[in-house]
Design a protein around this ligand. Structure first.
Ligand code: F6P
Length: 327
């Protein structure tokens, strides 16, 4: 029988994503609602090792629902990857009498959480917070919708110049080794083509799309490139295209961390609120070593190990649709 949970700790780890603050708020307020003490752990796992903890209450998280980033700050801790680091973190939890943890983050965060639970038996519950949408066990991760909205707003602006100058634009988007942002943004912005990590298509396919675009008298050509694709860096791809089609004037735009910033969308605020509540209620109902996700509109708890090791699958139907509509 696990000991009853009186105190919960919450942290954010890995890359920040819009909606993390909404999730923090939900965790703090739900804990307070159920008369539990709740501590914010600052700067992710590194802060846990260093004892950067502070007791928070419902008012500590006022006015953050609409803010990007994470008020708890984040880090990618090398030390937490070691057993000694995790031991230090455990000592800090004991010192502050924290009985259970909510971890908001992605793959790396959940890998650490799973190990921590196995080694020290502290109940852990993950909330998927990453723009990459690469976790199994949830249809969407917190931040993905906001990030893709930023991407399409940027592509809309770039199209103005592309159209005015008859240019070809290569727009690089994030996602690490997943193409969720690239695919969805390509479809939503009417891109001519998209280069995805999940597809092993040769450069000739892009050449064919470009030629088709020229034949069909497209005056602007937008190509979305996922950063983790197999054809190389966006600059390398653009250079090869330049050599083959010197008549096409092309530009490269790397959207980079712009995609991670800004106010969360309505969708992300709602999702973060739902998953934050589900995380605390899950812990209080004895769940551990799982991630709270949303599958087909229902809360679903998936073992962390499964959420990390199973691949979130790209909806290739979106690619088919995108190709039909980009003629
Ligand atoms: O995982 C989120 C993410 O933004 C990825 O899309 C990207 O590859 C990576 O983080 C960038 O990490 P950093 O902010 O540490 O450069």
């Amino acid at each position: 029988m696990n000991k009853p949970i009186k105190t919960i700790g919450v942290l954010t780890s890995g890359g920040d994503s819009p909606g993390m603050n909404a999730a923090i708020r939900a965790v703090i307020r739900t804990s307070t609602f159920y008369n539990k003490r709740v501590f914010g752990i600052y700067e992710g796992y590194q802060g846990m090792i260093e004892g950067q903890v502070k007791e928070l209450n419902a008012r500590s998280v006022k006015n953050i629902l609409n803010r990007g980033g994470t008020i708890l700050k984040s880090s990618r801790s090398e030390e937490f990857r070691t057993k000694e680091g995790r031991k230090k973190a455990f000592e800090q939890l004991k010192k502050h009498e924290i009985d259970a943890l909510v971890l908001i983050g992605g793959n790396g965060t959940f890998t650490g959480a799973h190990l921590f639970f196995e080694e020290f038996g502290v109940p852990v519950l993950g909330v998927p917070g990453t723009i990459d949408n690469d976790l199994y066990g949830t249809d969407y991760t917190i931040g993905f919708d906001s990030a893709t909205n930023v991407v399409i707003a940027c592509i809309d602006k770039l199209r103005d110049t592309a159209e005015s100058h008859n240019r070809l634009f290569f727009i690089e988007v994030m996602g690490r080794d997943s193409g969720f942002i690239a695919l969805r943004a390509a479809l939503a912005s009417g891109a001519l083509d998209v280069i995805l990590p999940e597809e092993s298509t040769p450069l000739e396919d892009l050449y064919r799309e470009l030629e088709r675009g020229t034949e069909n008298k497209k005056t602007n050509k937008m190509v979305v490139v996922a950063e983790g694709n197999h054809l190389g860096s966006t600059f390398e791809i653009a250079e090869k295209v330049r050599q083959k089609y010197p008549e096409l004037e092309s530009k490269v735009t790397i959207l980079g961390h712009l995609q991670r910033g800004g106010a969360p969308s309505c969708y992300d605020r709602v999702l973060a609120s739902q998953l934050g509540v589900a995380a605390v209620e899950g812990l209080l109902n004895g769940k551990t070593d799982v991630m709270a996700g949303m599958v087909k509109g229902e809360i679903a708890y998936t073992f962390l190990q499964k959420a990390i090791s199973n691949k979130a699958v790209l909806d290739t139907e979106l690619l088919r649709i995108s190709k039909i509509l980009s003629i």
